[in-house]
Design a protein around this ligand. Structure first.
Ligand code: Q9C
Ligand code: ZN
Length: 363
């Protein structure tokens, strides 16, 4: 094994800290919101100690105009408005319930309404009369500092893509909130803007783009963004639907739109997959497909939630599995942008990141 001497450029912004929803709802119980700031603090500390990365805190280059390629302008406006006016939006709802005096000033807006895109009988002339909705579940709440955190997160992906265009070999965008469940006009699953989508759209200037999604959950949003796009290959390994979240996508039969057949490739694996060999065999097939596609660049949606102790997931990978995964991905030899997605076992996140990037660096 050859030791590479360089550091991985790692993009980070502390602005994510302002986004810290208090709870998730579990059958009448409130549990911690698993997608929490401490996740990144632990990864940051471990990578700093490992001395493998070169930290950069890029300034904001992303604009609504740039984002419009990946996200509906109306949804961006909704997200910005809800975040910057969250007290008003929530007060109106609390007043209906005569609970205005219980507000504490640090509320998050938790969606509880079907997104407009799923309302098949809604007429467009009705739509102007009501406040549209875009969030498909209750785990993408919006607080006063969510908008700036979401922008800062997408910015890391965008700037990371720009560095690849300028010739960098690999970049890690330590994004939070994550993005791969967010589509063109919907948000959900802790996600608001699809960071991998923003990066891939920027990178398309360079040639064909492959996206490898190894978060434990299917990247439904990313798949949808590039469903009918011949220039972008989307490959995902994840807990199988319909058992696992997001439940309705990620079947092996989903292979791309009619104009772009076989540009989507899904590897759903059974819940409780304990055998690393099963996972690595799927990964090897995924990597073969990427080689065959012959992309100019690779985007990796990097989740650490396939780990055996992850509190909300059901694969059984080890810390050391991530080194093997990183080594195999890097062996493709493609300019690669790693984008942080999920991963919720706080105590192990740093070890997984170090393990993964050891694999990447020591190919
Ligand atoms: N009872 C990512 O890893 N779980 N998202 C919802 C509802 C949502 C995971 C459970 C899991 C989302 C980026
Ligand atoms: Zn996940």
């Amino acid at each position: 094994m050859e030791r590479s001497s360089h550091h991985i450029i790692t993009l980070y912004s502390p602005i994510h800290e302002g986004h810290h929803p208090p709870n998730e709802y579990l059958h009448g119980h409130l549990v911690p919101f698993f997608e929490m700031p401490q996740r990144l603090h632990n990864i940051h500390a471990a990578l700093t100690e490992s001395n493998m990365v070169e930290w950069r805190e890029p300034s904001l280059e992303i604009t609504k105009d740039i984002l419009a390629q990946t996200v509906s302008a109306d949804m961006l406006d909704y997200l910005e408005y809800t975040s910057t006016h969250v007290a008003d939006v929530i007060r109106a709802d609390f007043d209906v319930y005569k609970m205005g005096d219980t507000l504490n000033g640090d509320e998050y807006y938790y969606e509880s309404v079907l997104p407009d895109r799923m309302a098949q009988f809604l007429r467009s002339d009705d739509a102007v009369e009501h406040r549209p909705t875009y969030i498909f579940d209750s785990v993408s709440p919006i607080g006063a500092r969510t908008w700036e955190a979401v922008l800062a997160s997408a910015n890391l992906a965008y700037v990371g893509a720009g560095l690849l265009l300028d010739g960098a070999k690999e970049v890690y965008a330590l994004c939070r909130p994550p993005g791969h469940h967010a589509g063109y006009d919907y948000m959900g699953g802790y996600c608001y803007i699809n960071n991998a989508g923003v990066a891939a759209n920027h990178l398309k200037g360079r040639g064909k783009v492959a996206i490898l999604d190894i978060d434990y959950h299917h990247g439904n949003g990313t798949q949808a963004l590039f469903w009918d796009d011949t220039e972008v290959l989307f490959v995902s390994i994840h807990g199988e639907p319909p058992a696992e979240y997001p439940h309705y996508t990620g079947f092996a039969a989903e292979k791309g739109g009619e104009n772009a057949p076989n540009t989507t490739l899904n590897f759903p694996l059974p819940l409780g997959t304990t055998d690393e060999a099963v996972y690595l065999a799927a990964l090897d097939q995924a990597l073969d497909a990427i080689r065959d596609f012959d992309p100019a660049v690779l985007v990796v949606s990097l989740g650490f939630d396939a780990f055996k102790l992850d509190p909300i997931s059901d694969f059984k990978l080890e810390i050391a599995s991530y080194m093997r995964i990183g080594r195999r991905i890097a062996a493709l030899g493609l300019p690669t942008l790693y984008i942080q997605e999920g991963g919720y076992h706080l105590e192990s996140l740093g070890d997984m990141a170090v393990s993964f990037f050891r694999g990447v660096l020591y190919t």
